[in-house]
Ligand binder design. Sequence first.
Ligand code: ADP
Ligand code: ZN
Ligand code: ZN
Length: 757
Amino acid sequence: MLVQVALPVPLYRVFDYRIPADVNAFSSGSIPKVGCRVEVPFGRQTLIGIVINHIASADSSVPSNKLKAIKRCLDDEPILNEKMLTLAHWLARYYHYPLGDVLSVMLPSLVRQGKPLDLLITHWRVLPQVTDDAFRANAKKQKQQFDMLKLHGERGASEDVLLLEGMQRSFLKTLEDKGLIERYIQKRSAPTPVSLAKMPLDLNEEQQQAVDAIIAAHEAEKYSGFLLNGITGSGKTEVYLQAMQAVLETGKQVLILVPEIGLTPQTRARFASRFAAQIVLLHSGMTNTYRLQGWQDCRTGHAQIIIGTRSSILYPFANLGLIVVDEAHDSSYKQQDTLRYHAADVALYRGLQDQIPVLLGTATPTLEHLKLVDDGKLIEYQLRTRPGNAKPAPMQLIDARLQTTHQQTQDDGARYDTGLTDKLIGAIKQTLEAGDQVLIFLNRRGYAPVLLCEACGWQADCPRCDAHLTVHYSSQNKQNAYLKCHHCDWQAYIPAVCPDCGSQNLDAKGMGTTRLSENLHAIFANPQTSKQTYPIIQIDRDTTRRKDSWENIYQRINEGKPAILVGTQMVAKGHHFPNVTLVCLPNADRGFLSADFRSPEHTAQLMIQVAGRAGRGDKAGRVLIQTLQPENELLLKLVKDGYLSFARSLLQERKMMGLPPFSHAALIRCEGKTLAATTQALKDAIAGLPASHNLAILGPIDAPMSKKNSRYHSQLLLLAKNRPQLHQVLNQWWPSVLLMPSAKYLKLTLDIDPVGW
Ligand code: ADP
Ligand code: ZN
Ligand code: ZN
């Protein structure tokens, strides 16, 4: 008998290996089972792979004298069961990705490296008799770190969790040496059944209907895909919680997928305050040991509620009973590299596989999901109101062409434009004076997006990308000024004179979050010019880089005092700021002008999500959209008729044009040293398509940002009327494309159901 092994190599095949003469050399004393890890020779290397199949020697295409033997079997029992292997095969087929590479994506890196699964994880806890007197007055930092650990109660927490929270290893050691804390190894025991920590809310009728339907699917042990289409603040989370309750009570696990950015400690807190349960968080910030522990906890059933980002949909679960995909429209669910899967699609597949309900929740469903509802593949439940007194905030346009922009005076007496209309400033002022908070959304970090020479028109561009360099600058710290490419991180000094014409007339054009915050500061937070000053809180990747910065920002906002929040799309996702009553979008509607046919959909989703931050508490909210194109039909439709009606008309348009979701797309990208080479390679690829392919072919064209990081990109789009047709062509054709001579020095990738091109 032979063993077929999937190896982490980019080849569309598995490999046959002999079993060594002395099987007893394996600790199990038997042939490695399907789903176990084995170590095998591969060329001159030794690789770790997964046993996929047992076959008879006669069925192998490799001559028996060429067959090599397995070196070592790492597991006595399979680490991936049949279901997980079926999932791997499906992913490999659907996304046309090599099986061995699919398995690499699915497994935590320590598992791939052959580490034992049962980790002994160090935990730390405060010794019971220790009091606060143990600290000298000047040992502030020690005391602070000690308090962080103390917050975790008598069982303490694992070292990884503590480090993630900002604890420093050296302090753990110091506190241990002083006899204040101790380390111990925690053994995993079977979790106690989940119980309610807090009473559920009384549901309104629409919520109740949704919960009933999900519970009915759960009780019938049947797959059902649900679209919970509820306006922002309509209580979708309460629906999740009550559906979860029924599932958890039967001893099953619940997986909740969340977009990356929304994963703050608040997310966990919402579930932890309702259920006394083993809750596991899975996200990209985890260390390798923590990730392996999480993977094991899911696989053994120790974890009862799993909250995770995209990749947790590929985890093994002992007995999953429900999958919730929160903010299901979010583009972070699509993996943009290697195995380009969409977590919501994989969730639906796994629901079908396990015969369990899958719940997609969002206020702004994608056109794909709306089409699935029309086709009867998803069951839609709508939540049209907010509970209690909260009303959805009305949206209003401000015509920036008719309004004067607010001007401020600089220290040297010069006047400058704030980029905000007087009308908008007036509304902000009114809101602050009423004691409320304002959120201003600007999807661009840094000081300004362009540095321009007023004399000759020169602009500071990235030498490696088709992109302008962003100006980073702050008037408080003028030394710290530089240019940076947001695509490849290239940095440069700000030149004193124009490199083309020598003029000193260089000007930062346009507005990023830093500049907007400074402008607002001059108007609302300058004690010299205004009686009342208000804090300006900037929320973007630059201000939230540190581990605890989100926490600090959250705390400042939740104090509830009047303030202005200035944020990028980080603020759009799922946050609950009850005191925000005014949301301003000074230039969010630009996306309606983009050439990408998906741009209107994504722009509208973002605008509605940001708008949804207004009026979530008891007070009514409003949304002001400042625009230079108040007659834009898409914008008017969105503001007047709301997202659903807007999305429906986009769907009609897609239908007429035969674009997804009314056709099925595959995007081929080619990356290389010149555009000539990448374009030629795609032309060669087209020439190799089977004569009867029947697909619509768009391209090759230069990719939207064709030069990035000094590499050039071309692309090719294939559209098929139906899925089988697309896959049939790709099955034969794609492996042959990868074997073209030029594929040796070019990078060719395939993206099934791409979300942008
Ligand atoms: P969504 O996720 O749809 O944006 P949330 O779940 O955050 O909305 O709910 C918004 C607010 O409404 C929360 O404070 C929540 O506690 C409250 N809420 C939800 N359902 C109910 C209900 N049935 N009765 C009272 N309050 C509710
Ligand atoms: Zn110049
Ligand atoms: Zn660049």
